[in-house]
Design a protein around this ligand. Structure first.
Ligand code: HPA
Ligand code: ZN
Length: 340
């Protein structure tokens, strides 16, 4: 079969996708109409033209303007259900979904309403599409530290039903170091959540060191600029990076895929997985991210197998579930082949 067919049929896990970053232009237009609001675009074609960025800041302005149409619990339930439908289409078995709790609170959706919406969507994803979701509430780097601490303290009642596994950190990286939110991370760790942070994307290695050593994170989202510091690459031998190749190109972290650091990281033994981040905003779903990497670096079948496996084994899912998915993945690789 072709590479595209092989990747499409391959059972997959995704460790890094944002609930609000997965809003398709069609869904945003639907919600805008429902709430009588306007968007920066009036058709999906116009959205595709507007989704061009010079940097992370440009992107954050666009995603925030688009997601202003998400107004209530029902909207979140609808979008999370759509995320389940999309996962099934791509043969994604398990997704770690990042939730922009602070953003939604700023636009007037209480944390409780967000969580009720997420839980409803998660259950629909499971029952209608057979897809498992975990939830990673994201702290906003630019928010006041006490606001993030308060958010961490309010998650507990929702932990089980939303399947909250970790606390993350995102938004503008330069000028907003992870250590500002040390208290929130300390509290999250105390409550037993895993800790992860977007770092080494719009800012360099120092931001990754800070997330590991000051904030105490055990995983890094992106992390692709680690290659600028060989000592850091050594430090990452047991730190999982959730790499989002097409996102990095869209935000000009690298000029093109040939210059992307993922192969260098793989060759150095750093555990990585491939992810889509905010698919409609970066014009690439999970399958397309895999395909771009495999084609550019002419990855051999065992390298693709290792990448796909890594997304399961390094995930926050329970071992028994991981074992089942790995069995399915191994069977797929022994029964199928692709030609590049
Ligand atoms: N970086 C920082 N914040 C984000 C991103 C990202 O890639 N995607 C959504 N929020
Ligand atoms: Zn992200």
């Amino acid at each position: 079969m072709t590479l595209q067919e092989f990747i499409s049929g391959m059972p997959k896990a995704e460790n890094h996708i944002h609930q609000d970053g997965a809003t398709s232009p069609e869904s945003a237009l639907y919600l805008a109409e429902r709430h009588g609001m306007t968007l920066p675009f009036s058709t999906p074609e116009e959205a595709a033209q507007r989704f061009q960025y010079r940097n992370l800041g440009d992107f954050i302005r666009m995603i925030d303007a688009t997601n202003a149409v998400i107004q209530d619990e029902e909207d979140i339930a609808y979008l999370v259900t759509e995320l389940g439908r999309d996962a099934a289409t791509q043969n994604i078995r398990y997704r770690e979904v990042m939730l922009s709790c602070d953003f939604h609170e700023r636009t007037g959706i209480s944390l409780d309403a967000q969580m009720r919406g997420f839980i409803q969507g998660r259950e629909a994803a499971k029952t209608q599409f057979g897809v498992e979701f975990a939830c990673i509430p994201e702290l906003d780097r630019t928010s006041p530290p006490e606001r993030n601490l308060s958010l961490v303290n309010r998650l507990e009642p929702w932990r089980k039903d939303a399947n909250i596994v970790a606390v993350g950190l995102d938004s503008a990286e330069a000028g907003y170091p992870a250590h500002r939110h040390k208290e929130a991370f300390r509290r999250a760790r105390e409550l037993g959540y895993y800790l992860t942070a977007h770092a080494g994307e719009a800012y360099g290695p120092v931001s990754i060191w800070d997330s590991l050593d000051e904030a105490g994170c055990g995983r890094i989202d992106h992390g692709v600029r680690a290659v600028e510091d060989p000592e850091l690459v050594n430090r990452l031998d047991h730190i999982f990076l959730t790499v989002c190749p097409l996102s990095n190109l869209a935000l000009k972290v690298f000029p093109d895929m040939e210059h992307h650091s993922i192969k260098q990281l793989m060759d150095a033994g750093v555990p990585v997985s491939i992810n889509s981040d905010d698919p409609p905003f970066f014009c690439g779903d999970l399958n397309e991210n895999y395909e771009a990497v495999v084609r550019t670096f002419r990855l051999a079948k065992p390298e693709l197998h290792a990448l796909a496996k890594s997304a399961f084994t390094n995930s926050y899912a329970p071992q028994t579930m991981v074992n089942g998915w790995i069995q399915e993945l191994d069977d797929y690789f022994s029964e199928n082949d692709f030609i590049l």
